[in-house]
Design a binder for this molecule. Structure first.
Ligand SMILES: [Zn+2]
Length: 491
């Protein structure tokens, strides 16, 4: 047992109780798995946003096709010293979470309503993880492929009644002087684009930040100052679109590079925590776009590899990798006699060169079967049958509607059309209530075992940092339908 843990147990009276004749409690206190769990000095919390199990599976197959190797995720899962868990990510008001409620549950240990960051329904602010760790002299970093003010990074730092208030979140990052901020979202800092015209980059510089806009600046950035890097006005481009553009490939760093640089800088501190988010896997899945999702998940996996390499050098590093919820639950569906056509269909993913997001403007202009067919053939290699192209156009002209309302969008319709060609079907285009996988390796990993509640993650991080603190929690809210009883049953 570490001396810190012994002190904690003595403080809380557990050792005295155990000694007084409660053998069960004594066993719990002396559990070798728990007792041997040392404390990390570095914590890396990696999140794929919106990764259903089917997305992970498809990305692993895609990685085998494109890179002749599977995902590092599964090498980590196979490692004997990796601990794994399923996590219930539900929010305060629904079994289906959004990213702000999910990240807030990790970031404050308290469930909040979807769309809210670290704030209870009565308006009480919750103390965020990064603020507590700052007080304990940990340095803190956020790295993401979304706007840096987006819900998942913000959930470790900010208090906000609406996740959409990105300009306020940008100002909170400054006030809470987060040491490393790398991602997209320049528009929320730029005085010309901010509603209040505040010169936030100037204020960051005055507070000792190196402010960067280009990949080359990040590569050359001195390790001493704090960093604010926004490499796109909005989200960073999807990997599939970045790879197809020499301009984007030059100006926008990949997630693995941002992670490598962030670790080089933060490693100078005695203690640090870094959140790394592959944020656009969620956006791709909302679009029912398996290639954009798989390529971004491969890019995330390369960032995971950077973190595992860091851990090999710095043994007191805890690596936790997970997702915040499923999105649209894709899956390779059986096609053909004995399903033998599925692998050949899925191999068509290698021919797709544009994300649905990138295709959308051109798609909206395609008004004839011939135009649609040419566009799809060029962007994906699909020779769409005439009848299916006509069906798609009938939906686009609002002459038909899908049976399932959750598929009533251009990208969801395209995803269904391309399911015939890529072999990947979707259950919808929204978040799902899936329990999510979590892997942990390094000192403290044994805590992340079995079946966890999302709020446990916060408690474990605080315990590992030897911080004794608890945010207030409130009971689950009844959804409008069904009633409180059903919410209780699903708690
Ligand atoms: Zn989402």
């Amino acid at each position: 047992m570490t001396s810190n843990r012994r002190r904690f147990l003595q403080r809380s009276g557990w050792l005295a109780t155990a000694a007084a004749g409660f053998p069960g409690l004594a066993r719990a206190a002396e559990d070798p798995a728990v007792a041997s769990a040392a404390r990390p000095r570095h914590v890396i919390h990696l999140v794929v946003d919106g990764m259903s199990s089917g997305t992970l599976t498809a990305a692993d197959y895609f990685s085998r096709l494109a890179r002749q190797q599977g995902l590092r995720w599964f090498d980590l899962a196979r490692s004997p010293d990796t601990v794994s868990a399923f996590v219930n990510m539900r929010s305060l008001n629904s079994v289906v979470t959004d990213s702000s409620a999910a990240s807030s549950s990790w970031g404050s240990g308290s469930r909040v309503v979807n769309g809210v960051l670290n704030q209870l329904p009565d308006g009480r602010d919750l103390r965020p993880l990064f603020s507590l760790l700052d007080e304990a002299r940990w340095e803190r970093g956020l790295v993401t492929t979304t706007e840096i003010t987006h819900a998942t990074p913000a959930g470790f730092v900010a208090n906000c009644s609406s996740r959409g208030d990105a300009e306020d979140i940008a100002a909170q990052y400054l006030a809470r002087h987060v040491e490393v901020l790398l991602g997209g979202g320049r528009k929320f800092f730029d005085p010309k684009q901010r509603k209040d015209k505040r010169d936030l980059p100037g204020a960051f510089r005055a507070a000792g930040y190196a402010v960067m806009n280009q990949a080359a600046e990040l590569a050359a950035a001195p390790l001493g100052p704090r960093w604010l890097g926004t490499f796109a006005n909005g989200h960073l481009p999807f990997s599939v679109d970045r790879q197809a553009s020499s301009t984007l490939s030059r100006s926008v760093p990949v997630l693995a590079e941002m992670t490598r640089r962030a670790l080089a800088k933060l490693a100078r501190a005695d203690r640090f925590i870094l959140q790394v988010e592959g944020g656009r896997v969620d956006h791709a899945a909302h679009n029912c776009d398996i290639v954009a999702a798989a390529r971004d998940l491969v890019a995330f996996d390369e960032a995971l590899e950077v973190c595992l390499e860091f851990q090999r050098r710095e043994r007191d590093t805890l690596v936790v990798v997970t997702t915040d919820h499923g999105t649209a639950n894709p899956g390779l569906n059986g096609t053909g006699t004995a399903y033998k056509e599925t692998p050949a269909l899925f191999a068509h993913t290698l021919r797709v060169t544009r994300s649905f997001e990138h295709l959308e403007a051109d798609l909206k202009k395609a008004s004839t079967v011939a135009e649609l067919s040419r566009l799809l053939r060029e962007a994906t290699g699909y020779k769409v049958p005439e009848a299916k192209a006509a069906q798609f156009l009938a939906w686009a002209d609002k002459r038909t509607a899908p049976l399932y309302d959750g598929m009533d969008s251009l990208s969801a319709q395209l995803g269904q059309l391309l399911a015939n060609y890529l072999g990947v079907g979707w259950t919808g285009s929204a978040h799902t209530a899936d329990f999510v996988p979590l892997l942990a390796r390094g000192p403290g990993a044994t805590r992340f075992h079995g079946y966890l509640q999302n709020t446990d993650v916060f408690r474990h991080y605080l315990a590992l940092a030897d911080i004794d603190f608890r945010n207030p929690e409130v009971p689950l809210l009844a959804e409008s339908r069904p009633g409180a009883a059903e919410v209780e049953a699903l708690a």
